[in-house]
Design a protein around this ligand. Sequence first.
Ligand code: UDP
Ligand code: MG
Length: 314
Amino acid sequence: MKTPQLSIVAPLYNESESLPHLIERLNALMDRLPLSIEVVLIDDGSRDNTAYLIRQLALTDDRYHGVFLSRNHGHQLALSAGIAAARGTEALFIIDGDLQDPPELLPDFYRLFQEGNDVVYAVRRKRKENMAKRTGYYLFYRLLQSISYVDIPLDSGDFALISRRVADVLIKMPEESRYLRGMRSWIGFKQIGFEYERDGRIAGESKYSFKQLLRLAYNGIFNFSEFPIKFMTYSGATAITVALIYLIVVLIKRFFITGVIEGFTALLFVIILFSGVQLLALGIIGEYVLRIFFQAKNRPLFIIKEEIVNREYV
Ligand code: UDP
Ligand code: MG
């Protein structure tokens, strides 16, 4: 049989240090599994020789499938390109290229998949990152879960095994600002978590800049919740109520008690406070409008420069 049953998908950005380790562990894994597997490696516009290494591998080893993007598109889009290129007929195993997600868990994930789960997602029991990052992640996932309209599981990233039909739905979802772990939850079917301990990077530094991380968090919040807008409406309504009550109090004082209106300070305070509320509200509306703006452009999500694939596979 020539078509792979399973695709292992790993996006790579400047990972030439980790890549040899990744290949070694993937080869060992594939050698002992009785499945036909292809490995889709996506070069996300790397500046080091990651692309060169992937090219050599894809040209010499049938199991490797190289996808080269035209420039750095970011992790979520690189992953989307890999999912679209993968040909595994049964399932796709999605991992990071820096070996923080141990590929050796594949048999466990595959077993759960065979038991009828369409999505087996990894849940991190422990992280080996610094305190500040861990706390940030911890708080973010809890905030997102409390305000999201989709039940996005806590402490799970993109590391997962997804069935062919889930992959097909993901490919059909055209949204531009992608938060794949949220989209995956949204799709539904039977999903199950698998606890594991997240390793540290095998080599090099995190390739997510602080800005990219912030954007990911933003996409999670603004694409999967209505809460910010709802919050705005409620606080607006509350502000108006408070202001009306305040007005009544002032009028009562004016006509029945002191006979004068005093308190320019209070007025100033109120003006400043509610200008702030309004600016915040505008910003939040802006976030959603921005998303409409980008989506309306309807650009392709990513641009593939080259693809090297074993021609024997159909
Ligand atoms: N990555 C990518 N494009 C980027 C940033 C990262 O393809 O613009 C890849 C990276 O090479 C790695 C995976 O995405 O295989 C996860 O990135 P990283 O390890 O930097 O993220 P972290 O684990 O620190 O959250
Ligand atoms: Mg990493």
